[in-house]
Ligand binder design. Structure first.
Ligand code: ADP
Length: 405
């Protein structure tokens, strides 16, 4: 079965075509700047990238570019659109309703639309992507895979904020958590790597990319996570502040003459590594500057690592111990220095690195980087959200989607 995995952002479409159940993907790409004067499609096939530019006014046209690229006689993988058997979508917010992936029906679409109030930047483009795929590939069943779903197993005391309960009832204000597909993927891989049943594992998974979040995972189920009602809470990120005293928001509003929306923008776009260092939101650049002696860059790295360390301590308490700590995403997979900083001083919890192994683990490589004989395994597991979306899509379509093969 050929499964097209789509991740539609406000002005972009990321895509990958999988052969399932083998899980192999030889083609994929990224179309950016949809709606601008010139859009760019970077299509990769068998390791070679081809680039196309032109005006793509909307996502429907964008998706037809994608399908055309997939049908290219030289760089494509299919001859006609009907060869795409199913489409799997990354959808950011599944609200309180979706704790797993689902076949898209008119009712599911309506629910995703409803949850747009909770994720106004993300759910609308996800919806547009589903509608465009429905128009262009009407024969292909579609599956929605939610970023929030994996955290649907959190207990009430972990997801409720201590604000008047009526706001939870009225507006569904609670912790949802995000990056769920990534946390789920590395959880499943960690159990395989450790060769132990998922049911008996206590894991802390650290997704450290542009956006950063951690999850406490007990027996394969997320019991707490650092992102909250929105992806702003928790760790220090590229441009996001993570945890702050909420009283800072009205304070800044008064002193800087900013509206609530403007302060939210400051916290989302001008904070984190960028805000602290004044240099960049990109970990590589901040690390480079710190090595060159820049004090603010050093400070940004310290705050970043300290926050992760605090959550590790908190989640060990939540889990009642720890079997493995898992690092993933751009920083987690590549920055051995940051992994070193984070794990420093955690020997008391049984966390100790094999520094040689840690230093050589970069660039999408699975590795156990813990010191021989230390009680907690420390793993680097490159995330693969698209593969998990393809697997969910394959499973659901073969079971419920009437696929005859
Ligand atoms: P996204 O959330 O956009 O998918 P990624 O998972 O690609 O982001 O992570 C991007 C982050 O990973 C950036 O901060 C980048 O600097 C960092 N990163 C990538 N490679 C390295 C590296 N070799 N060393 C340090 N940081 C890295």
């Amino acid at each position: 079965m050929k499964v097209l995995v789509l991740n539609c952002g406000s002005s972009s479409i990321r895509y990958k075509l999988f052969d399932m159940p083998e899980g192999q993907a030889s083609t994929g790409g990224l179309l950016e700047r949809i709606g601008e004067s010139s859009s760019v499609l970077r299509h990769t096939s068998a390791g070679r990238e081809v680039r196309r530019e032109g005006r793509v006014p909307d996502h429907k046209e964008g998706l037809s570019w994608v399908v055309r690229a997939l049908m290219d006689p030289e760089h494509g993988a299919i001859r006609e659109p009907s060869e795409i058997d199913a489409v799997g979508h990354r959808v950011v917010h599944g609200g309180v309703r979706f704790t797993g992936s689902v076949l898209v029906t008119p009712e599911v679409l309506e629910a995703i639309r409803e949850f747009s109030t909770l994720a106004p930047l993300h759910n609308p483009p996800n919806l547009i992507g589903i509608e465009a795929a429905g128009d262009l590939l009407p024969h292909a069943p579609q599956v929605a895979v939610f970023d929030t779903a994996f955290h649907g197993t959190m207990p009430r005391y972990a997801y409720l904020y201590a604000i008047p309960y009526e706001y939870y009832e009225k507006y569904h204000i609670r912790r949802y958590g995000f990056h769920g597909t990534s946390h789920r993927y590395v959880t499943l891989r960690a159990a395989q790597i450790l060769g132990r049943p998922l049911e008996e594992l206590r894991l802390i998974t650290c997704h450290l990319g542009n956006g950063c979040s951690m999850a406490a995972v007990k027996g394969g189920r997320s019991v707490d996570t650092s992102m909250g009602f929105t992806p702003l809470e928790g760790l220090v990120m590229g441009t996001r502040s993570g945890d702050v005293d909420p009283a800072i928001i009205p304070f800044l509003g008064r002193r800087e003459g900013l509206s609530a929306d403007e302060v939210e923008k400051v916290l989302n776009r001008r904070s984190g590594l960028l805000g602290l260092s004044g240099i960049s939101n990109d970990m590589r650049e901040v690390e480079r500057a710190a090595e060159g002696g820049d004090e603010r860059a050093k400070l940004a790295l310290e705050v970043f690592a300290y926050r992760v360390k605090k959550y590790i301590g908190a989640y060990i308490a939540v889990l009642g111990g720890l079997d493995a700590l898992v690092f993933t995403a751009g920083i987690g997979e590549n920055s051995y220095r940051m992994r070193e900083r984070i794990c420093e001083g955690l020997e008391v919890f049984g966390i100790a690195l094999d520094h040689r192994r840690n230093r050589r683990t970069v660039g999408r490589r699975e590795e156990d980087i813990s010191r021989e004989g230390s009680p907690v395994r420390v793993l680097v597991v490159p995330t693969d959200e698209e593969l998990l979306i393809a697997e969910d899509t394959f499973d659901i379509v073969t079971k419920e989607g009437g696929w005859k093969g």
